[in-house]
Design a protein around this ligand. Structure first.
Ligand SMILES: Nc1ncnc2c1ncn2[C@@H]1O[C@H](COP(=O)(O)OP(=O)(O)OP(=O)(O)O)[C@@H](O)[C@H]1O
Length: 434
């Protein structure tokens, strides 16, 4: 959807957003029961009469406040009046996840969205311009760079789904006027007036004060968010180009090539690769530590971790990793070489069988040290040497499973990637082999 900066009727906005979804593809509306999403569902239902699409509403019941059942009742009434199938997802919000109650509720909500909305489908959210202005201010008050200041995109890919905010260009007062014209009812969330929460304080006290002096304040702040979004896109393009020049492998970057870039470009590239890999970006302090470590002696082994990810430097390469555990020394698994292999990190689609004859019983064990494999044309080889030859970094060697047939090691498999590192003579592996 091309971003709209000029005034357009609400109906035209919704029609445009709908036109982006091919006929037959499902559109979901995330319905909280508040004014904005009640209006969005109503307008979507009207638009779907003009341009038919399968339309569903999704309400997440957080169960956090007494009012929650009232939201659900309202959503049921509205959806049934509009003839839109409504799905209710009940979630348990993890209060102690260190995200604060609002953050934990958001996590639980998005997890519920991902459960219900299938890959390839579209989910509409009802945030509007004033929400965007608040998001911009919150980001500025945290000292964010352009990525944070860009606020919420009008649309984005999210885990294979499309997230769209068709009302992002509309002000709250436009939406209130439209809801009044349509005679809509909605439920006001009582927690929205609690100004101990930063967003509510901005909404209730700060923005009205700003607008009393600068009536266009919300429009201007949302406009700055849009410009920050464009700047961010340019930075992303630059980082993607830098990554391509470095070999296009986000998991492993050549440190000396990285050092030829300016410091801001290094920073931007590191954030970019974290995004590409789906690992959390390092907080500012950790990122600076990592940048300093890039200049450490090239033979030094470096490890910088942050919540949910870590970076290691080994032999002049920077690796960005999820903090995988090691295999426990006593770990063992029976396997027939054909069924999906259930590793401690999940199922892996690999296979192993004798070149001749029938599948046999195999046992996987954590590497103990001292294993030797008999390789075609090379004879008996120490697995440790083979791992060095395959350039398996030291931390990954803790995740090497050795496949045994009777008393003999016949293959070595890197988990959880499922990469074959060595396969003995007379055996054939399926999927990646090195
Ligand atoms: N419990 C929920 N179930 C489904 N969708 C939700 C829920 N809470 C929020 N959303 C979606 O996320 C958007 C932003 O949430 P936010 O909490 O800012 O809005 P709200 O003030 O609760 O609701 P509204 O935007 O409907 O007035 C909502 O517009 C709605 O599309």
């Amino acid at each position: 959807m091309a971003p709209r900066h000029k005034r357009a009727s609400l109906q035209a906005l919704i029609d445009d957003a709908l036109a982006e979804t091919p006929p037959g593809r499902v559109v979901w509306v995330a319905l909280s029961g508040g004014l904005d999403s009640s209006l969005l569902l109503t307008l979507a239902a009207q638009a779907c009469r003009r341009h038919p699409r399968p339309l569903y509403a999704l309400h997440v019941h957080h169960g956090l406040q007494r009012a929650a059942d009232g939201f659900e009742r309202h959503c049921r009434r509205l959806a049934s009046r509009l003839g839109v199938p409504l799905f209710i997802e009940r979630v348990a919000v993890e209060r102690d996840a260190g995200l604060g109650l609002e953050g934990a509720a958001r996590e639980a909500r998005y997890a519920a969205f991902a459960r219900r909305v299938a890959s390839g489908e579209t989910l509409w959210l009802a945030q509007h311009r004033d929400d965007q202005a608040e998001t911009f201010l919150l980001a500025a008050l945290r000292g964010s760079g352009v990525r944070g200041l860009a606020g919420m995109p009008a649309e984005r890919e999210w885990r294979g789904r499309r997230l769209v905010r068709p009302l992002l260009a509309c002000s709250r007062s436009e939406l209130e006027a439209a809801a009044a014209r349509l005679g809509l009812s909605w439920i006001d969330d009582p927690s929205n007036t609690d100004e101990s929460l930063d967003r509510n304080f901005l909404r209730g006290s700060v923005l009205p004060l700003l607008q009393s002096r600068w009536p266009q304040a919300a429009t201007a702040l949302a406009g700055s968010a849009r410009l920050a979004g464009e700047a961010e896109q340019l930075l992303e393009e630059l980082a993607a180009g830098d990554l391509a020049a470095l070999g296009d492998d986000p998991g492993c970057l050549d440190v000396s090539a990285l050092l030829r870039l300016s410091v801001p470009r290094r920073r931007s590239l590191l954030r970019h690769v974290c995004h590409r890999l789906g690992v959390p970006t390092p907080p500012a302090g950790r990122l600076e530590t990592l940048l300093e470590q890039l200049e450490a002696r090239s033979d030094a082994q470096v490890r910088v971790s942050w919540s949910g990810a870590e970076a290691r430097i080994w032999r002049g390469q920077l690796y960005l990793l999820l903090p995988w555990d090691s295999l426990l020394p006593e770990w063992t698994l029976e396997w027939d070489g054909r069924a999906p292999l259930v590793s401690p990190w999940g199922e892996i689609g690999v296979g192993l069988a004798p070149v001749e004859g029938h599948p046999v019983r195999l046992t996987l064990k954590a590497r103990q040290g001292g294993e030797r494999l008999c390789l075609a044309g090379r004879g008996s080889r120490d697995l440790k040497r083979l791992l060095q030859e395959a350039q398996v970094p030291p931390w990954a060697r803790e995740r090497v499973a050795v496949v045994w047939h009777e008393q003999h090691p016949v293959a070595a498999l890197l988990l959880p990637e499922g990469r074959w590192l060595a396969v003995a003579a007379g055996w054939a592996s399926a999927v990646r082999e090195e």
